[in-house]
Design a protein around this ligand. Structure first.
Ligand SMILES: Cc1cc2nc3c(=O)[nH]c(=O)nc-3n(C[C@H](O)[C@H](O)[C@H](O)COP(=O)(O)OP(=O)(O)OC[C@H]3O[C@@H](n4cnc5c(N)ncnc54)[C@H](O)[C@@H]3O)c2cc1C
Length: 218
C-alpha cells in the first residue's frame, strides 16, 4: 500500500478555506485528541484536528484527502474503547463535536433525525413531552449518537430492547471518495435489497466512513 502523505502547508490552507477558524494545527489542540478511553492502545497525535459542521464540508474534505492520500479518522466524543477514533496514521482527525443539532422529531412517525455529534445524554431532552423514548443506553452517556451507531453500542437495556442497530432506520453517509449517499430512511418497512445500512452500523475500525446523520425510531 502506498504510504500516507503528511499534511503540508498547502493542505492546511485548503482545510482553512473549507472550515474557516475550525482547523487546529499541531500544537493548537489538547492532547485529549491523541487517545480514546482505552489508553493502553497508545497515544497518537493527528497532524490537524478539523471541526466539521456540514455534510458538504466533509464531502469536499474527503474528496481532497482521497486525492492526496491523507488519512482521515472520524471522531465523536472519543469515549470509545477500541482506539477506532485515534489517528494512528496521523493526518486529519475529523471531529463531529460541532454537529450537535437534533434536526427533527417526527412524533407521528416516531422518528428523530440527528446530526452525529448529538450527545447520548442530550438526546432525551429533545424527546421531552413527546411520549417517545430512545432505548439504547450504553454506560458512557457523554458519547455521541454517531459514535454509538458506529460501535453499535448496547448497554443494559439491550436485554429488553436491543442495541443501537435496532433503532437506526437511515443514514446519510460520506464515502471515502467524498460521494454522499443515503441508506435506509424514515420508514420501518424498508425491505428491498441488501441492508447496506447494516454494513455501516458497528463498522468501527473497518473503514473510514465519515459523517452520518442517523434516524432513530421509538
Ligand atoms: C465508561 C464507559 C462505559 C461504556 N459502556 C458501554 C456499554 O454499556 N455498552 C456498550 O456497548 N458500549 C459501552 N461503552 C462504549 C461506548 O459504546 C463507546 O464509548 C461509544 O459508543 C463511542 O462513542 P463516541 O462518540 O465517544 O465515539 P468515538 O470514541 O469518538 O468513536 C468511536 C468509533 O466511531 C467512529 N465514529 C465516531 N463518530 C463517527 C461518525 N460520525 N461517522 C463515522 N464514524 C464515526 C470513530 O472513528 C471510531 O471508530 C462504554 C464506554 C465507556 C468509556
Amino acid at each position: 500500500m502506498k504510504p500516507f502523505a503528511k499534511i503540508e502547508a498547502d493542505d492546511l490552507r485548503f482545510f482553512e478555506a473549507l472550515m474557516p477558524g475550525r482547523v487546529l494545527a499541531a500544537g493548537a489542540f489538547a492532547d485529549d485528541y491523541d487517545h480514546d478511553e482505552m489508553t493502553e492502545y497508545g497515544h497518537y497525535m493527528p497532524d490537524a484536528v478539523l471541526l466539521a459542521e456540514t455534510t458538504d464540508e466533509i464531502s469536499r474534505l474527503m474528496a481532497y484527502c482521497n486525492e492526496h492520500n491523507i488519512p482521515v479518522t472520524p471522531r465523536g466524543a472519543g469515549t470509545g474503547l477500541c482506539g477506532g477514533c485515534v489517528a494512528t496514521e496521523g493526518g486529519v482527525l475529523l471531529s463531529t463535536e460541532r454537529m450537535k443539532r437534533v434536526l427533527e422529531v417526527d412524533v407521528r412517525n416516531m422518528t428523530a433525525t440527528v446530526e452525529p455529534g448529538v450527545l447520548l445524554m442530550e438526546f432525551p431532552k429533545a424527546l421531552e413531552g413527546t411520549g417517545l423514548f430512545y432505548p439504547p443506553d450504553p454506560g458512557e452517556k457523554s458519547a455521541t449518537m454517531g459514535g454509538n451507531a458506529m460501535t453499535n453500542a448496547g448497554g443494559m437495556r439491550a436485554v429488553r430492547y436491543g442495541v443501537t442497530r435496532d433503532y437506526v432506520l437511515g443514514m446519510e453517509v460520506v464515502l471515502p471518495s467524498g460521494e454522499v449517499t443515503n441508506l435506509g430512511g424514515k420508514i420501518v418497512k424498508n425491505a428491498s435489497g441488501y441492508s447496506l445500512l447494516d454494513l455501516m452500523i458497528g463498522s468501527e475500525g473497518n473503514q473510514r466512513l465519515l459523517h452520518i446523520r442517523h434516524v432513530a425510531h421509538n
